[in-house]
Structures are given as structure tokens and as C-alpha cells.
Design a binder for this molecule. Structure first.
Ligand SMILES: Nc1ncnc2c1ncn2[C@@H]1O[C@H](COP(=O)(O)OP(=O)(O)O)[C@@H](O)[C@H]1O
Ligand SMILES: CC(=O)N[C@@H](CCC(=O)OP(=O)(O)O)C(=O)O
Length: 285
């Protein structure tokens, strides 16, 4: 990409000034999905975008996934992944792998990428500082094992870091009041974190252009009522379910919007946040 291309950082910045003023000092929660982080060049452009936001006075908080990366390691040890309603059924051995992959490998890869791009990232899981308190997620038909749902988030450590020029990078692992480890879908953690931090925007980066209709055409804007209909008629399934559940919850809790955006587009975060050009689906009340 040259500096003259329409999506270059310089070109985006020209259009960005009013948005920079609008979001200055505000928190933006960015969920970086495991499917969106497979290409090294895109990883670099993501890291640069996050650093640039921080440099212009906006506070990004990164919540990351890593579903495909967990699946790969499970496969290597001969375990099949099994999902129910977008949640990975998590037995004790799978929970260990989830902690290794999310809390270790993926978290530190993202921290390293952001730091290489000139930022100061700090990687945490929800266990650090008792940040994400969780309980077992019950399902009417299946025992989901260590799959957790969020009871409470104590975001004091995140606030402390963002006030001190750091970029928090959080793996979606929670802890029960009795010390049990929980595997929580990263979209759900991002939604709750956006609520607790009173974030100005919630961006969910994934590997589709956004929410697609039955013909595969991008739906640019979705209301709460549209979502219920699209779930009922089977248009929205699998990994898209927790994204829309979290978008809906964040909006019910007062967020103005939540956006599901195409992480395969270079500089997707800057384009969505700092230009008039949307790169996905915006969910509104
Ligand atoms: N209506 C829909 N529009 C777009 N994607 C959908 C839809 N319904 C289900 N999906 C699926 O949701 C996936 C995104 O969720 P997921 O795989 O969990 O991504 P991530 O790792 O980014 O969280 C898409 O790749 C697609 O297979
Ligand atoms: C309970 C549950 O499903 N947890 C997820 C956590 C990672 C995640 O959410 O990763 P993506 O955002 O890349 O899908 C999992 O085990 O895959």
C-alpha cells in the first residue's frame, strides 16, 4: 500500500480529525477475533491502528479470541472441538489448552505485535486482579463443562492501565468465586467490558464482511427487532450468535451502537472509527 492509496494511514488521517476529537479521551473496546488474526500483514495493520488510536488520545481496550488457534492445538493432541450455540464444550483438559493458547500464546503474540508497532501493551486474563468473575453457563440439553458466563467485571486494573498510556489486551478467561477456571466466549467478554467501561464504541472484528442475509449480501444496519427475526429464521447462526447477543446486551445497557466489522480489510479499525466509510454491520437500538 502506498501513501497515496485511498486507504493509506495518511489519507485516512485527513478525514479523521473530527472523529479524533469526538472520541478523544474515550474508551473504544475492540474485539479481535481468532479468525481475523491469521494473516501476518493484517496483524501488523491491526497493531498499527491500535497504536495510532492511543497516540491520538483515544483509549483502545483489546479483547481477543483465538478459537481456531485453540482448535489447532486440540487437534494436535487428538481432541475434536465440539460447539453448541457457538460455545466450545470445554472439559477439564480442554480448559488447560484454552488457558495455554489464549492466556499464553495468543495474548503474548498480540502484546508483542502492538509493542513492535510502537505501543505499550499489557496482556492480562480475566483472572488477573480478579477482573472477570464467572460462573458455569447452564444449557438445557448439554453440559458445557467449563464454559463460563460473566457475573461481574472489576475493570479497575483496565482503567489504571489506560490512564497510564498502556493498552490493555485481555484474554477471555474468567474465574469462579471458588477459583474454578472458565472459558468465556470473547464476544461476550467484549460486550460486558464495553458496558462496564461505558465505552463509546464496541467493534467486533471477524472474518466476514459483517452480518450477511440469506443471499450472502451485507446488512449494513440492524435493529434489535431485525436480529430476533434473523435468528428465528436461521440466517444468523454459530459464531455470529454470541456477537449479536453481546451487541444487543451492550445496547440495552446504554451503548449507542456495536459494530461487527471485517477484520480482513486492512485498517478496518481506523476505517470504521475515523472515516465516514463503514466496514461492516452496525447494530443500533
Ligand atoms: N448471517 C451471518 N452472517 C455472517 N456470518 C455468519 C452468519 N451466520 C453465521 N455466521 C458465521 O459466523 C462466523 C463468525 O463467527 P466466529 O467464527 O466465531 O468468528 P470470530 O473468530 O471472529 O469470533 C462467520 O465466519 C460465519 O461462518
Ligand atoms: C466458550 C467459548 O466458545 N470460548 C471460546 C474462546 C475463544 C473465542 O471466543 O475465540 P474467537 O473470538 O476467535 O471465536 C473458544 O473456546 O473458542
Amino acid at each position: 500500500m502506498t501513501t497515496n492509496s485511498p486507504n493509506s494511514t495518511a489519507a485516512i488521517l485527513m478525514e479523521a480529525l473530527p472523529y479524533i476529537q469526538k472520541y478523544s479521551g474515550k474508551t473504544i473496546v475492540v474485539k479481535y477475533g481468532g479468525n481475523a488474526m491469521t494473516d501476518p500483514a493484517l496483524q501488523q495493520s491491526f497493531a498499527r491502528d491500535i497504536v495510532l488510536l492511543k497516540q491520538v488520545g483515544i483509549n483502545p481496550v483489546v479483547i481477543h479470541g483465538g478459537g481456531p488457534q485453540i482448535g489447532n492445538l486440540l487437534k494436535q493432541i487428538g481432541k475434536e472441538s465440539h460447539f453448541v450455540d457457538g460455545m466450545r464444550v470445554t472439559d477439564a483438559e480442554t480448559m488447560d489448552v484454552v488457558q495455554m493458547v489464549l492466556g499464553g500464546l495468543v495474548n503474548k503474540q498480540i502484546v508483542n505485535m502492538i509493542n513492535q508497532a510502537g505501543g505499550r501493551a499489557i496482556g492480562l486474563t480475566g483472572k488477573d486482579g480478579n477482573m472477570i468473575i464467572a460462573q458455569k453457563m447452564e444449557h438445557p440439553d448439554v453440559d458445557l463443562g467449563h464454559v463460563g458466563e460473566v457475573i461481574e467485571i472489576d475493570a479497575s486494573v483496565v482503567k489504571m492501565l489506560e490512564e497510564d498510556r498502556f493498552i490493555p489486551v485481555i484474554a477471555p478467561i474468567g474465574v469462579g468465586r471458588d477459583g474454578t477456571s472458565y472459558n468465556i466466549n470473547a464476544d461476550i467478554v467484549a460486550g460486558k467490558m464495553a458496558e462496564v467501561l461505558n465505552a463509546e464504541r464496541l467493534l467486533l472484528l471477524t472474518n466476514t464482511p459483517g452480518v450477511l442475509d440469506k443471499q450472502g449480501v451485507l446488512i449494513e444496519a440492524l435493529s434489535q427487532a431485525d436480529i430476533q427475526n434473523l435468528i428465528a429464521d436461521g440466517t444468523i447462526q454459530g459464531g455470529m450468535l454470541p456477537k449479536l447477543a453481546c451487541a444487543t446486551d451492550a445496547i440495552s445497557a446504554g451503548a449507542k451502537s456495536a459494530s461487527i466489522i471485517d477484520g480482513r480489510v486492512p485498517h478496518a479499525v481506523l476505517l470504521e472509527l475515523l472515516t465516514d466509510q463503514g466496514v461492516g454491520t452496525m447494530v443500533t437500538p
